[in-house]
Design a protein around this ligand. Structure first.
Ligand SMILES: [Fe+2]
Ligand SMILES: [Fe+2]
Length: 484
């Protein structure tokens, strides 16, 4: 029998971990008496946000003063930095009135860091040997799709997080779609939902601090001490869904908790800036990860109002890739992914299984300098190769209800063509169809390790229990996956 987990445990952990009660007047913090956060972690950010490439974040009850960050530096100094409150603004009330985040910039050359007494990764890796990749992780509560959030077998994100920590990665990449508790649990299925906190009626978004606690923070806890977290924003983190929690907990920028807050009772549309992170691989080799926000838009059509801003995001990404020796594009929605035909609308329709069309249109002609495109969003692990484009790897099997295991096939026409083969946009010649497709609908994650020579990587595709069930080999831009 597998352990049963739920937000009750989360709240118990919170009450045990925070001896100081929330109050209207902040309690002053000193290193000796600092409140102990529920969790703390190191978030990967661009060097323009923190020169070390890392922000420290800690989660505490609202009203409790932020604890200082204490760092030991390689030259022997000990540095104490105060941290800043990162609260969502009043227009999100009461959905985020229980928790706050505190943040501080981790100093350069730190060798050990604590925040509120919790040790967190002190520096970006000096060398990448193992990079964990996980995506699409929350417990689905939506219409007729009710996942069993009490079962670590049906919703295995906590087990995956534990396995990733045991694999001792140098960096952990979350590809987005953290938040899935979008509706109140149907009373008839309350056993499955584990008392899941639902949305607050009347607000123009569906997340709360407690639903993020249940969906992300508690199951992720084993990963926080293991390695810095590079977090991507998925479409489940759009402002009308889980965007406020995204900006409260994981957005890789300083003091941005207000960006998704309702304005005049309406959730805004927000696209975050493209950025890059450079990772040393070996003495003569480094990898640039370019992150593009693809949370907005449509999978199956081109959205004219989105295109200019989304194209600018890919233009910025292409410029970052142009002066890097080896670079990957990380973006939540696949550019050249394939979904199962089992979910297709009935004919007559011009629907094709290619996804995501807005991203393919916005990135058109801008992908040449990437060795691979990594996404999630489709709830499987998948690779697609289209002649003339970098391979697309999808790691969307991190715990959210999986997509169907069958119905995947290379369609007769490529991305940006409709089902009849005609261009969906007269200005964009459709891509050729795929030369290779590989799909598995099984929970798990990936561990990327560098191979020999520039552009060579091995992706070990692992199950919930850490067993390798497939291997993908990248010889940029060529990606091949096969069962182990
Ligand atoms: Fe998803
Ligand atoms: Fe998604």
């Amino acid at each position: 029998m597998l352990p049963r987990i739920g937000p009750v445990m989360a709240l118990l952990a919170l009450s045990l971990a925070t001896p100081l009660a929330a109050s209207a007047a902040p309690v002053p913090a000193s290193p000796a008496l600092a409140p102990r956060p529920l969790v703390a972690f190191s978030l990967v950010v661009p060097s323009s946000v923190a020169p070390s490439g890392l922000l420290a974040r800690a989660i505490l009850p609202r009203g409790v003063a932020c604890p200082p960050l204490v760092a030991e530096i390689s030259d022997g100094r000990k540095v104490t930095r105060s941290s800043r409150v990162r609260d969502t603004p009043g227009s999100t009330s009461p959905a985020f009135n229980a928790l706050r985040t505190c943040e501080a910039k981790i100093p350069r050359d730190a060798t050990a860091v604590t925040m509120g007494g919790i040790g967190i990764p002190a520096a970006m890796p000096a060398r990448i040997d193992r990079m964990a990749i996980v995506g699409d992780s929350g417990c689905r509560i939506w219409e007729s799709w009710i996942q069993d959030c009490t079962s670590a077998q049906d919703w295995p994100y906590a087990r995956i997080a534990q396995r990733i920590a045991q694999d001792d990665p140098d960096l952990i990449v979350h590809m987005g779609d953290f938040f899935y508790r979008e509706e109140a649990c149907p009373p008839a299925q309350s056993d499955l939902c584990a008392n899941s906190p639902g949305p607050i009626p009347g607000l123009p978004f569906t997340d709360t601090d407690y639903s993020w606690l249940a969906d992300a923070i508690v199951p992720m806890a084993p990963m926080f001490p293991a390695a810095p977290i590079l977090a991507l924003r998925g479409n489940h983190e759009e402002c009308f869904r889980g965007g406020n929690g995204w900006f409260l907990f994981f957005d890789p920028s300083w003091q941005t908790a207000d960006r998704c807050a309702p304005q005049g009772g309406v959730a805004p549309t927000v696209l975050t800036d493209t950025y890059a992170v450079d990772l040393p691989v070996r003495e003569d080799r480094s990898l640039r990860l370019v992150v593009v926000d693809s949370s907005n838009g449509s999978d199956t059509s081109i959205t004219p109002s989105l295109q200019p801003e989304q194209r600018a995001a890919y233009e910025a990404g292409a410029a970052l890739a142009a002066d890097a020796g080896e670079s990957w594009l990380l973006t939540h929605r696949p550019i050249i992914g394939l979904v199962t035909t089992q979910y297709s609308p009935p004919p007559p329709t011009e629907w094709t299984p290619w996804t995501s069309m807005d991203q393919a249109a916005a990135s058109y002609g801008l992908l040449d300098d990437f060795g691979v495109v990594i996404g999630s969003h489709v709830h499987v692990v998948e690779s697609v190769q289209v002649p003339g484009l970098p391979g697309q790897l999808i790691v969307g099997n991190g715990g959210t209800l999986l997509d169907a295991s069958s119905g995947y096939a290379i369609p007769p026409h490529g991305q940006l063509a409709n089902a009849s083969g005609q261009p969906v946009d007269p200005d964009l010649t459709p891509y050729p169809t795929a030369s290779r497709l590989w799909v598995r609908a099984q929970f798990g994650y990936a561990i990327a390790t560098p191979g020999r020579g520039n552009g060579a990587w091995r992706f070990s595709i692992r199950s919930v229990s850490g067993d390798e069930f497939a291997v993908c080999r990248l010889r940029a831009p060529d990606l091949r996956c096969a069962d182990a």
